[in-house]
Design a protein around this ligand. Structure first.
Ligand SMILES: [Fe+2]
Length: 366
C-alpha cells in the first residue's frame, strides 16, 4: 500500500452508524461520514474516494439507486463499493452484488472485520488499477509493433511495385498516380455513403496501398512485349492480357505461404485479398467486354471498377513511344464517354466531380 491515506466515504442515514464507522476507520483512513445519497453525489463533485461504504436502506435515494448511478458514471464507476446493512437475507445481498458492489458487510460492524475487509479491497483495487495500466501499456506496445510491421510491409510492397514499374519503363509514375486516384475516389464514396455495403469492411490504409500491386503480373511478361515501342500484335496483346492472371498467381502464392502465419496478422491477409482482386479485375469493363473474366456491371468487384477508371485515365495522360500524352481535359472527356460502357456510371459521376483533383495528381507525380 502506498503512504498516502486512502479516502473512505461512508454513506448511511443512521447517525449512530456514521459515528461508529468513523471511530473505527479514522486512525487509518480519511473518513467522510455522509447522511444521504444526494449529499454523497454533492461531495463527489469535489472529492474522489478510494472506497465507498454504502447503506442499502435510506430514505429518498436508496443504496441500490446510488450504486446504479455510480456504475453508470465514467470516472467513478471503478471505485469499489461495499454495501453495509442490517439486512442479512441472501436476496438483497445478491441484488447488491449483481449491481456491481464488490462485497457486503452486516451491521453492527465488527471493527477488526471491517478494517480487514477494507484493507483487502483497497489492495485488490490498487492491483486491478495496476493491471489495467499494464494492459494499456501492452496495447500501446502491440500497436507500436503493428505500425512497425505495417511500415515494413508498405516499404516491401512499394519496392515490389517499383520493380514492376522499372521493367515497364513506359509507365513511370503510374503506380503512385493510380494509388492517389483510387484514394480520392474511395474517400468520396465513403463520404457520400455510396456502395457502402462494399466499403463497410474496408480499411482505407489497407485497400489503397493494395492497389499498387494491380500490375504485379507484368513481372512475368516478356520484355519485348512489355516495352515494345509500338502497338502490340493481336498475339502479343493476348499475352499482355495474361498479366492479370499472372498477378493473381503470384499473390496467391504469397497468400498460401503467409497462411502458415495467418494468426499473426489479419492486416496482411486483408491486404493480399484486396491486392488479388485489383490484379484480377482491373481490366474488366462494365459492359462485359473486358478481360480476363468478361464480368459485367456489379459482378466486377468495386476494386476493379475503381482501378478501371484510374488506370485508363492515367494511360491517357501518359506519354507512350507510340503516342503523345493527352491533355487532362481530353482524358476527362474520354472517361465520361465510357460511362456505362467501359466504366461504372456511378464512379464516372464521382470522377467528374473530382476531375480537377485528378488533373492535379496527374501533374504532381510525373
Ligand atoms: Fe494492367
Amino acid at each position: 500500500m502506498d503512504d498516502k491515506r486512502h479516502v473512505i466515504m461512508l454513506v448511511d442515514d443512521n447517525i449512530n452508524t456514521l459515528d461508529m464507522g468513523k471511530e473505527i476507520l479514522k486512525f487509518r483512513y480519511t473518513v467522510f461520514p455522509i447522511p444521504s445519497g444526494l449529499k454523497f453525489f454533492e461531495i463527489l463533485n469535489k472529492i474522489t474516494p478510494d472506497l465507498i461504504l454504502l447503506d442499502v436502506e435510506m430514505p429518498g435515494m436508496d443504496g441500490y439507486e446510488v450504486l446504479k448511478r455510480i456504475k453508470s458514471t465514467p470516472g467513478i464507476c471503478d471505485i469499489p463499493v461495499i454495501f453495509v446493512t442490517a439486512k442479512s437475507d441472501p436476496g438483497s445481498e445478491l441484488t447488491g452484488l449483481n449491481l456491481g458492489a464488490i462485497d457486503y458487510i452486516s451491521k453492527p460492524f465488527s471493527p477488526p472485520l471491517l478494517l480487514k475487509r477494507i484493507e483487502t479491497h483497497l489492495v485488490m483495487s490498487s492491483q486491478s488499477r495496476e493491471l489495467k495500466r499494464y494492459n494499456e501499456h501492452l496495447q500501446e506496445m502491440v500497436q507500436e509493433q503493428t505500425e512497425v510491421i505495417m511500415e515494413l510491409q508498405n516499404a516491401l510492397v512499394n519496392s515490389l511495385a517499383e520493380m514492376v514499374e522499372f521493367r515497364d519503363t513506359i509507365t513511370f509514375g503510374h503506380i503512385a498516380r493510380t494509388q492517389n486516384y483510387i484514394r480520392l475516389l474511395v474517400e468520396r464514396l465513403v463520404r457520400e455513403g455510396i456502395y457502402s455495403r462494399d466499403t463497410a469492411g474496408w480499411d482505407l490504409t489497407i485497400v489503397v496501398p493494395a492497389s499498387q500491386l494491380h500490375d504485379l503480373g507484368k513481372i512475368a511478361i516478356k520484355d519485348h512485349i512489355l516495352n515494345k515501342p509500338g502497338k502490340l500484335t493481336p498475339e502479343e496483346f493476348e499475352e499482355m492480357k495474361l498479366h492479370t492472371t499472372y498477378g493473381v498467381q503470384v499473390i496467391e502464392k504469397i497468400i498460401n505461404n503467409s497462411m502458415k502465419h495467418a494468426a499473426l496478422n489479419k492486416t496482411v491477409t486483408q491486404f493480399l485479398t484486396h491486392a488479388r482482386i485489383f490484379a484480377r479485375t482491373h481490366h474488366e469493363k462494365w459492359d462485359g467486354t473486358g478481360y480476363p473474366g468478361g464480368l459485367r456491371g456489379e459482378e466486377i468487384p468495386l476494386e476493379g471498377r475503381l482501378m478501371a477508371v484510374a488506370d485508363v485515365y492515367d494511360a491517357l495522360i501518359s506519354e507512350r513511344p507510340y503516342k503523345s500524352a493527352m491533355s487532362t481535359e481530353a482524358a476527362r472527356e474520354i472517361i465520361i464517354g465510357g460511362r456505362g460502357r467501359h466504366f461504372d456510371p456511378v464512379l464516372v459521376d464521382l470522377f467528374e466531380k473530382e476531375a480537377d483533383e485528378f488533373a492535379r495528381i496527374a501533374g504532381k507525380y510525373q
